[in-house]
Write a protein that binds this ligand. Structure first.
Ligand code: MG
Ligand code: MG
Ligand code: MG
Length: 306
């Protein structure tokens, strides 16, 4: 029976590309491993898979009785629902350490870098396995996506060096241009159903017993949201009620202006004032310089909800 490598719910490009890259590495090392996904793929991820000739990983949401590698998360709420019935063989991640625990020994590679694929490149080097050209291309794209083409404060020297090495292997001359092409695909939000947009890159967090959902849409120009903003606000309010959430936030991130407009629906009226020092006006707040959910949005919020 093969093992599986699986990323978080509402999979992003890092979750998918790291599942693919890790599966190849483990299989090459003699441990048959298949990539899986917990949900539908975004246009950005489809672009990457098309470009480098990959099929979508298998849609698989139940892992009871199977061996799994968890990639790109370590929070139970973001993983497979029956994670407790699976054997967790390893965790490869670049987020805050979550609440997944195991009953058997496991392999853990957790590093404070910009992308899980940067860590997987370290694993390839450690195990001395060559990275195939197409896998290198997919890994490179995931790093460009997670680091917002190196602009995110989560981006480290390790990520930059990794992209350099992967570009060499994949024969990509201008990684930044490829990154822009990817963000153009990501910015084409017009015509997408509102709920699909809200959930496109959405994560739930358990913050001291409060369920907090945070979505993020990263685009080249926020003006694209001007007309749909009222609908987005209505929809995140619905989502809050449906899921019994304490708070739902939607980050509209402008990667050129390098900041995010946050749409806020919360049980706590002074939420952003307490967490970020800026009051929400009409359900909105502009957070200058904020590009990263994991590094700039989640930690102060979690601290403020103690
Ligand atoms: Mg991710
Ligand atoms: Mg990631
Ligand atoms: Mg992201």
């Amino acid at each position: 029976m093969p093992n599986y490598a699986v990323g978080h719910k509402t999979p992003d490009s890092d979750s998918i590309c790291s599942a693919i890259a890790l599966s190849y590495l483990k299989t090459t090392l003699g441990e048959e491993t298949l990539p899986a996904r917990l949900g539908e793929l975004s246009p950005e991820t489809m672009f990457i898979l098309d470009k480098f000739g990959f099929e979508q990983p298998e849609l698989k949401t139940s892992f009871a009785g199977e061996g799994i590698y968890i990639v790109d998360h370590s929070d139970r709420i973001q993983g497979p629902d029956d994670i407790d019935e699976a054997t967790i063989l390893g965790i490869i991640d670049h987020h805050k350490l979550g609440d997944i625990t195991t009953s058997t020994p496991l392999e853990i590679w957790v590093r404070p870098v910009g992308c899980t694929n940067t860590i997987i490149k370290m694993m390839y080097d450690f195990y001395d396995v060559d990275i195939p050209k197409n896998i290198a291309g997919a890994m490179l794209c995931a790093i460009l996506s997670d680091t917002v083409i190196f602009k995110s404060p989560t981006c480290t020297t390790a990520d930059l060096k990794c992209v350099e090495a992967l570009a060499e292997i994949a024969g990509i001359e201008d990684p930044k241009a490829l990154g822009m092409e990817m963000f153009e695909v990501k910015s084409a939000v017009l015509g997408t159903p509102i709920r699909d947009l809200v959930l496109r890159d959405f994560k739930d967090f358990n913050m001291h017993g409060n369920l907090v959902g945070i979505g993020q849409l990263e685009v080249l120009d926020l003006a694209i949201f001007d007309e749909m903003k009222p609908e987005l606000v209505v929809d995140i309010a619905k989502l809050k009620a449906e899921g019994n959430r304490h708070t739902v936030l939607l980050l509209l991130t402008d990667i050129m202006k390098e900041g995010s407009e946050m749409l806020v629906i919360s049980d706590k009226a002074d939420l952003t004032e307490k967490a970020y020092g800026i009051a929400t006006v009409d359900g909105k707040v502009w957070l200058d310089g904020v590009l990263s959910r994991k590094k700039q949005v989640v930690p102060p919020l979690q601290d403020s909800l103690v």
